[in-house]
Design a protein around this ligand. Structure first.
Ligand SMILES: O=C(O)CCC(=O)C(=O)O
Ligand SMILES: [Fe+2]
Length: 321
């Protein structure tokens, strides 16, 4: 079991219900066996990916002082630039060797949830680069739509209403993130990793990775296997909220990034996460007498904030004050 499945999802965009069903079953199988798969045949144009990547590379090349004008650690709602070593995904390893830009759903300052100072809610903080804001805001919308198409396909096997996720993804807390991994200069991959071993927090993640490589996924035998870049695809993986919703029927699989030697790496995950107040509790069809619910009910915001507190040193320090 060393080859992640590749699923052509183009039938999900047709009216052919038989083909739709077949793709839904392939996705279900991949979610149970791996928690990871590639998708091709999605509607995000290569020219869009090129444009977003080009902007991300130019942003990360700016002087530190310029990037730090939108320092994520200075926001209460988690938007903007995270410098190298801001995040520590694997607590047994040093901080991650990567820098990031995070954006979410832009909520204006007069939105009721922003006025109420709800965590994770507020306006985006974009760099002042020509064309950046409109490009990224559009990309966020399109990635959210792609995520919801996949989630709709999952409802079939999970035995829930077709619009189960659509209703819960109104005004979501989904995050679009750009990541720059500087090159590793040592032969050892253990002392310094681009992203330490972790599981994702949300429902599903759609990851674009450039040609550099370095993503590794832990298979059910506990071995790290490479998830190499494949042109025109996204790597899709499930996060902890989906594992909780499905009572571990769907796997939230550990993964990590080994920074490549001598080259920079850029990647762009989209973390699909529902409205913050959404209850995350075992779905009725995923529990029975032999399989009682494993996890206590929580909410999306409560769960996300507890995971951020684990992996962001600055948040731990703030909470300790
Ligand atoms: O950059 C990558 O390939 C993966 C990043 C990742 O796993 C994450 O940000 O959660
Ligand atoms: Fe991840």
């Amino acid at each position: 079991m060393n080859q992640l499945p590749i699923i052509d999802i183009s039938p999900l965009y047709s009216a052919d219900q038989t083909a739709w069903q077949s793709i839904a079953m392939q996705i279900d199988h991949a979610c149970r066996e791996w928690g990871f798969f590639y998708i091709k045949g999605h509607p995000i144009a290569p020219s869009r990916i090129d444009a977003v990547l080009d902007h991300a590379q130019r942003f990360f090349a700016l002087p530190a002082a310029e990037k730090l004008k939108i320092d994520i650690t200075q926001t209460r709602h988690h938007r903007g630039y995270g410098a190298i070593a801001t995040e520590q995904l694997d607590p047994s390893k040093p901080c991650d060797l990567k820098e990031t830009f995070d954006m979410g759903l832009h909520l204006p300052t007069d939105h009721p949830e922003v006025i109420a100072e709800k965590p994770l809610r507020g306006p985006n903080r974009h760099p002042s680069m020509p064309g950046w804001e409109s490009l990224m805001e559009q990309h966020y919308v399109d990635m959210q739509a792609l995520a919801q198409t996949l989630l709709r396909a999952m409802t079939l096997a999970l035995d829930i209403e077709r619009d189960f996720f659509d209703t819960r993804f109104k005004e979501p807390v989904s995050v679009l993130r750009m990541i720059h991994y500087p090159p590793r200069h040592t032969a050892s991959t253990e002392d310094q990793q681009g992203a330490g071993a972790h599981t994702d927090y949300g429902c599903i993640t759609l990851l674009y990775q450039d040609a550099a490589g370095g993503l590794q996924v832990r298979n059910v035998q506990g071995e790290w296997i490479n998830a190499p870049p494949i042109e025109g695809t996204f790597v899709v993986n499930l996060g902890d909220m989906m594992a909780r919703w499905s009572n571990d029927r769907y796997l939230s699989t550990p993964h990590r990034v080994i920074s490549p030697l001598g080259v920079d790496r850029y990647s762009m995950p989209f973390f699909a996460e529902p409205h913050p107040d959404t209850a995350i509790e075992c779905l009725p069809g995923c529990q029975d007498e032999r399989h009682p619910a494993k996890y206590p009910a929580t909410t999306c915001a409560e769960f996300l904030l507890s995971r951020f507190a684990d992996t962001y040193a600055y948040r731990r320090e703030r909470e300790a004050v």
